[in-house]
Design a protein around this ligand. Structure first.
Ligand code: PLA
Length: 459
């Protein structure tokens, strides 16, 4: 077989490896091309340490990085051969059967998209799918939002919630006079990294009180009232991760008054709209209070959880501005953040979302499926609480049913978590957070046994 034929047959990854292999002087004749099937790429292209002057790697000093505190839990879980293992680490919804769920309405939307021959795979604009952006703003701010009617919102499609936070962070680092962002203590583990790398300086405000397992409202107000004028404040719109503790509407109102009176800039992270209460409107309430006063704010939206589009990476960043002309200029600058980062966002997931949001029937179907997910999580809370009561597990476990959203912040300490993983093959983050969405009626007794053993044996 000629070189050209062989390359064509191997396709593009094979072609790249072939070229590399030739450069490195590795035998790459068709006879030895079975190497491709039986060896992985690095085995083929890695030169031996005796291969001339290419002996050592230029990366020899690279140290092994630790696994991510949340996603690393799944890595450890996958390695465990135990048949009783349970993954309560990452916040990913599972059915009663423990399976990942693709919503029916998502499957239907995908069918429509696939069957539509007019759909092409052209690049989206830098700002993403226009329909998706408009519909996302409506979903979070409300169809009757004055900010939308007055064209004061700049919305760009981003790579899920994380990408929206990062783009928002980079925009603020370039265009906001105050570079300090206050994040709650504790918060989602990725927040400090996202904002630091975006070029902001991260500080924390008190949020959770471990003694009451509730909101440290006094501490929160005190810390925010000390923040410098213009400082950015990261707020979880609902279903605070990891604590499951949200301010009441009354407390939100006080937070709003303080933030506005101090000239602070609110940045909402909305990763769980509809997941907290089962109601999309109720879970957007905090944000809408801030938009209603006419002031400015940022919102990062994710469709990972509420539409189950995790791996599709669909989200949006909206910046609510004082006036339409500011919003136009803000959008122009957001494009300058996005273009050198990933050029423009992917088309498929955003098309699914837009298809569902613009069709009344599909939208309705989605709200029903969403509520069913939220309700199942709430049922798991009750079942776990009941199971611990039945076992007479020492301690007050009422926080399990009081907390809201995907997670329970159990209060278990690091040693207890390690014990549960080692002895019961239950995987969770070391701060004692468990994803209720990963539990089922079948696994609740096992988890309750593990918690009972952990708290009675390890103080
Ligand atoms: N913001 C918060 C508060 C989150 O909890 C998460 C996801 C995100 C943003 C980002 O989500 P997205 O980029 O996938 O839209 N938190 C998960 C997953 C569910 C993770 O850590 O990546 C968690 O287990 O905490």
């Amino acid at each position: 077989m000629g070189d050209a034929n062989m390359r064509a047959e191997l396709g593009s990854p094979g072609r790249r490896l072939g070229t590399l292999a030739r450069h490195l002087g590795v035998d790459y004749s068709p006879a030895s091309s079975s190497l491709m099937a039986s060896h992985n790429a690095s085995e083929i292209v890695t030169p031996s340490t005796t291969a001339g002057s290419y002996g050592g790697s230029v990366f020899a000093n690279v140290v092994q990085a630790p696994e991510d505190p949340i996603l690393g839990v799944t890595v450890a879980y996958n390695k465990d051969p135990s048949p009783v293992k349970v993954n309560l680490g990452v916040g990913a919804y599972r059915t009663e059967e423990g399976k990942p769920l693709v919503l029916n309405v998502v499957r239907r939307a995908e069918q429509l998209l696939v069957n539509d021959p007019s759909r092409v795979k052209e690049y989206l604009p830098i700002t993403g799918l226009a329909d998706f952006n408009k519909l996302s703003a409506k979903l979070i701010f409300g169809a009757d939002s004055p900010a939308i009617q007055e064209n004061r919102v700049a919305t760009v499609q981003c790579l899920s919630g994380t990408g929206s936070l990062r783009v928002g962070g980079e925009f603020l680092a370039r265009h906001h006079h105050e570079h300090t962002i206050y994040i709650p203590q504790p918060t989602w583990g990725n927040h400090p990294k996202v904002f630091t790398l975006a070029g902001l300086s991260v500080k924390t405000y008190r949020y959770y009180d471990p003694t009451t397992r509730g909101l440290n409202f006094e501490g929160l107000l005190e810390d925010l009232s000390m923040a410098p004028h213009g400082a950015i404040v990261l707020l979880h719109a609902c279903a605070h991760n990891p604590t499951g503790v949200d301010p009441t509407l009354d407390q939100w109102e006080q937070i709003r008054l303080l933030i506005r009176s101090k000239g602070l800039l609110p940045f909402f992270d909305s990763a769980y709209q509809g997941f907290a209460s089962g109601n999309l409107e109720a879970d957007a309430q905090s944000i809408r209070m801030f938009v209603a006063d006419g002031g400015e704010c940022l919102t990062a939206q994710s469709y990972a959880k509420n539409m189950g589009l995790y791996g599709e990476r669909v989200g949006a960043l909206s910046i609510v501005c004082k006036s339409a002309d500011v919003a136009v200029r803000v959008e122009s600058q957001l494009k300058l953040v996005i273009r050198p980062m990933y050029s423009n966002p992917p088309i498929h997931g955003a098309s699914i979302v837009a298809t569902i949001l613009k069709d009344r029937k599909m939208y309705h179907e989605w709200t029903i499926e969403l509520k069913a997910m939220a309700d199942r999580i709430i049922r798991m809370r009750q079942q776990l609480f009941d199971a611990l009561r039945t076992r007479g597990t020492p301690g007050d476990w009422s926080h399990i049913i009081k907390q809201i959203g995907m997670f329970t912040f159990t209060g278990l300490n690091r040693e207890q978590v390690t014990f549960m993983t080692k002895e019961y093959h239950i995987y969770m983050t070391s701060d004692g957070r468990i994803s209720m969405a990963g539990l089922s009626s079948k696994t609740v007794p096992h988890l309750a046994d593990a918690i009972h053993a952990a708290v009675t044996r390890i103080k």
